[in-house]
Design a protein around this ligand. Structure first.
Ligand code: ADP
Ligand code: MG
Length: 240
């Protein structure tokens, strides 16, 4: 099964979720391929603690004579990554229309493929979506992010792209004062579900470790496979 994470807004956690969900899928015994589909600013490799890659998916999407096996990086026993590259020159040679075919070929032998696209509603984000069987929306529980997710759902309906459900990320703990004064605009999961009318597949807490460690290339689910974040990902996996 091929899933594409998706959001209109950047910074909601698509890449962080892809990295951690991938690690957890691998831990559960699923052969998993992660595809960095954020071609212009892919950084899935940093989240997973690997160096800048060469060759990269850029070479598979241009006329370079490179095989998928040469590009794949092994992350854990069950998890491989098709990394984006870092050279602007190589990026400019990319033909994104080749992406569905490359992903189709690369998927052979994997139980799950996770594609991490750029944010937005444009060709660079729609082609990765179209390369998948189903979309997993990612949104923070804030009115602007949920409203953007609604727009994306409308586009998915128009383009006949299947949406599996929504992953809510960075849910904040409500402080005593924000509850008292109603100063936190965070939506409840009931409100989110009513607005989006899709299943909420997981609620991942805002967690400094998840953020910081992700940026350092050390996913929290690797460091703390029994913690509350890992638990949220386990629940997500049970629904996929
Ligand atoms: P996107 O891929 O959607 O643009 P990222 O995965 O790059 O978003 O995440 C944006 C930032 O938010 C990163 O610095 C990341 O470490 C941080 N982050 C993601 N999820 C969480 C979380 N649950 N708690 C705290 N920080 C998070
Ligand atoms: Mg990203």
């Amino acid at each position: 099964m091929k899933y594409c994470l998706a959001s209109v807004k950047g910074g909601v956690g698509k890449t962080t979720v892809t990295a951690n969900l991938g690690i957890m899928l691998g831990n559960s015994g699923k052969k998993t391929l992660l595809v960095d589909g954020d071609l212009a600013s892919g950084n899935l490799n940093f989240h997973l603690g690997t160096e800048e890659a060469s060759p990269s998916i850029y070479d598979l999407l241009s006329d370079e004579e490179v095989s998928i096996e040469e590009v794949k990086l092994k992350i854990t026993e069950n998890v491989d990554l098709l990394p984006a590259g870092s050279s602007l020159q190589d990026f400019l040679k990319v033909d994104i229309d080749r992406l569905p075919q490359v992903i189709e070929e690369a998927s052979d032998g994997y139980d799950v493929v996770l594609i991490d696209p750029p944010p937005g509603i444009n060709k660079n984000s729609i082609v990765p979506l179209r390369s998948s069987d189903s979309a997993l929306l990612v949104a923070t529980p804030d009115p602007p992010a949920i409203s953007s997710a609604e727009n994306l759902l409308r586009v998915a309906t128009l383009l006949e792209i299947d949406v599996e459900g929504t992953i809510i990320n960075k849910r904040r703990k409500r402080s005593f004062f924000s509850r008292l004064f109603g100063s936190d605009t965070q939506m409840s999961m009931d409100e989110v579900e009513k607005k989006l009318r899709t299943e909420i597949l997981a609620v991942i807490p805002e967690n400094d470790d998840l953020g910081r460690e992700a940026d350092l290339g050390n996913p929290v689910t690797v460091r703390d496979p029994d913690g509350s974040v890992a638990e949220a990902f386990e629940e997500l996996i049970s629904k996929l």
